[in-house]
Design a protein around this ligand. Sequence first.
Ligand SMILES: Nc1nc2c(ncn2[C@@H]2O[C@H](COP(=O)(O)OP(=O)(O)OP(=O)(O)O)[C@@H](O)[C@H]2O)c(=O)[nH]1
Ligand SMILES: [Mg+2]
Length: 427
Amino acid sequence: MAATQKKKSLDETIAAIATPTGSGGIAVIRISGPKAPEILDKIFIPSKSESKPSPYLLRFGRIVSHNGSESLDEVMAALMPGPKSFTGEDMVEIYCHAGQFLAKAILDNILTHNCRPAEPGEFSLRRFLNHGVDLTKLEGSAEVVAAKTDLAYRLTKEHLLGSYSEHLAVLREKMVHLLAEVEADIDFPEEESIGSIGREKLGRALDGIIEDIERLISSYSAGKIIRDGYRVVILGPPNAGKSSLFNCLVKQNRALVTPIAGTTRDWLSEWIDINGLPVELYDTAGLAEGRGRVEKEGIAATRRLIGRADLLLVVHDLAARTAPSSAATIPTGRDIIYVFNKIDLVSKPDTALGKKRAKLPPGAAVCAVSALTGKGMSALTDLIAAVSGLADLSDTLVVTSHRHKTKLDRARRHLLSIRRKKSLPPE
Ligand SMILES: Nc1nc2c(ncn2[C@@H]2O[C@H](COP(=O)(O)OP(=O)(O)OP(=O)(O)O)[C@@H](O)[C@H]2O)c(=O)[nH]1
Ligand SMILES: [Mg+2]
């Protein structure tokens, strides 16, 4: 039943806009399936009679409406017959002007010709089914597209280029080899030349594989940061300079800054790149109790952000006499950097910082900056990168997909259950 459904859907011709929505230079519309060449014939009028679409060559011409009465746009079009196409089927690509309305109008026109809108990911699915491409490579191409920084690009590129699937193939090969040796031992117990892997050697080989899988699993926390970004939430008492710090880090006057306490009421966020780390930075109203309804809503919103944060930047005024909020008043279970701001106002910053540090939990990550002059900011960004753990990765293989992590967890569980069998020597 499932096979017939798959067959039926592969027989259908699909179309979609392949580029993001919005205005721009060029939008690309893709058509894939048996009717693609015929649809191109009906909607595309080449600019000269001799330049009828021929395989793998771009042609300039016009797109005409369903009944041929109206020209919709001047475009370039390419016909790519299967199997030498992205999906492995007959494909057409149309490069039109990227107006808000135009690409959609051309797509609607295409959809009147015995063709349906593609489901999300359906072009890639067809590629996978028709070409049998490596699924991790296909997923890797989506990750490379989504990469927000140079480091994220370099790490996800390894998936696209196949290093990750090659690594998994080697692991699999090792396991198949072990299995063959064990089976040979069972089938020919008295033949010394065949199999006879020995329990100790088997135990050691399994340990090596488990270790490798555990290393990949532990890279997932970094992989998640690469995929989803590192959420950094700025907290602290009113007027400490939270919004000033936010502006300094995002390098623009994005948040409102005034000497009036309670200026920020709602949160705002921006993406920034800290030494290759993709950071989603949030400015907030902090957690200082306000009496009004708006303040209470602001605090509730901050609490929700804290719940999803990877790191809290707790900002205090170094010049203020009040003691810094310690971990006791700040939600636990999150990494914290205490940022002492306004060092430009303090004559002996080291002494002042020492006094503040003494009131914090031992080993707390501390930094002194001036959001006004920019002093200490590069030490702060280095500290953020170090706390994230991403700084040390550079060329390691990183698991970025939850699907891969789940499969690796399962493989590890099975291998450990074999390892724990009484007949094998202890780990
Ligand atoms: N001298 C000096 N002033 C600063 C510094 N950072 C912020 N300020 C000033 O401190 C005041 C408060 O700054 P904000 O950035 O609005 O502080 P905030 O923590 O966002 O304040 P709320 O949103 O009201 O909680 C403003 O007048 C800033 O110009 C700094 O490093 N040095
Ligand atoms: Mg503010």
